[in-house]
Design a protein around this ligand. Structure first.
Ligand SMILES: [Zn+2]
Length: 271
């Protein structure tokens, strides 16, 4: 049986740390069984750059278009118009990353909510799924989503790191859940190894969030602290171990779920 190709649903490949060896990063990803990468758009310029990458690597890279809550204070009419334009591209598979982040508070809460609401409107108008980010802002995050709940299609809460009650709230609303190498963090990821067991198989997705969140238990430890899509199989194995499932089984599941979420044709059935 041929191994199923993995989908990294979130990698920040427009980050400057990838500039010097970008092609090698993609080659290593392919060499480690990653067949598709969704490049996260987290700012106006970053979303434009993500689409350019997707256009120059058709069928391998896709993009999201959005403004991260850290950059919410930059969100204006021009930003909104740009995101709406980018969102019409076929390579742009989701609106985001968008949401609320009250942990870092790089933008005031009111600005975060306003930018989030405008991006929810884009998702409603385009029918595209949402790529969501939430940290320390669960109640407001859910309140914003509940205002539009019957008008949004699909959504993934990326890099989920919350507690069980937050997970249940997201699952109740039909959202997918993205798990990163946070699960390998022996300081702050232990609860996630429990929580991840309760995610229904058809809602689970995996991602690296590179260059961030390098898994802390990679052996041997890489010299660079930069995370990259080649480490996605490590995330897969960590999630599989936590759930008591085989990595092969989980690979098929998460790849199929990514296709459902992003609206790609179903992957060919392997033989
Ligand atoms: Zn995020």
């Amino acid at each position: 049986m041929k191994d199923v190709e993995l989908v990294d649903i979130g990698a920040n490949l427009t980050h400057e740390s990838f500039r010097a060896d970008f092609d090698a990063v993609l080659d290593r990803a392919r060499g480690h069984g990653v067949g598709t990468i969704v490049v996260t758009g987290a700012s106006a310029g970053g979303s434009r750059a993500a689409l350019e990458l997707a256009r120059s690597h058709r069928g391998f890279l896709y993009a999201t278009a959005g403004v991260h809550p850290h950059h919410a204070h930059e969100y204006d009419g021009d930003t909104d118009a740009l995101l709406r334009e980018l969102a019409t591209a076929d390579e742009v598979r989701a609106i985001g990353e968008t949401g609320l982040d009250y942990f870092r508070n790089y933008s005031p809460h009111a600005a975060q909510v306003a930018a989030f609401e405008r991006q929810l409107a884009i998702a409603i108008d385009t029918g595209k799924p949402l790529f969501l980010h939430q940290r320390d802002a669960h109640a407001d995050f859910i309140a914003c989503l509940d205002n539009v709940r019957d008008r949004i299609s699909r959504a993934v809460v990326h890099c989920f790191t919350g507690e069980r009650d937050e997970l249940v709230a997201c699952l109740d609303r039909g959202f997918h859940i993205g798990i990163t190498g946070w699960i390998s963090d022996e300081r702050r990821g232990l609860h996630l190894r429990e929580v991840v067991r309760t995610i229904p198989a058809e809602r689970l997705l995996i991602e690296t969030d590179g260059p961030y969140l390098l898994p802390r238990d990679l052996q041997p430890k890489p010299q660079s602290r930069r995370n990259e899509p080649m480490y996605l199989p490590h995330v897969l194995r960590a999630v599989a171990a936590a759930r008591g499932e085989s990595p092969q089984e989980l690979a098929s599941l998460t790849t199929r779920n990514a296709h459902t979420l992003f609206g790609w044709p179903a992957p060919a059935v392997e033989s």
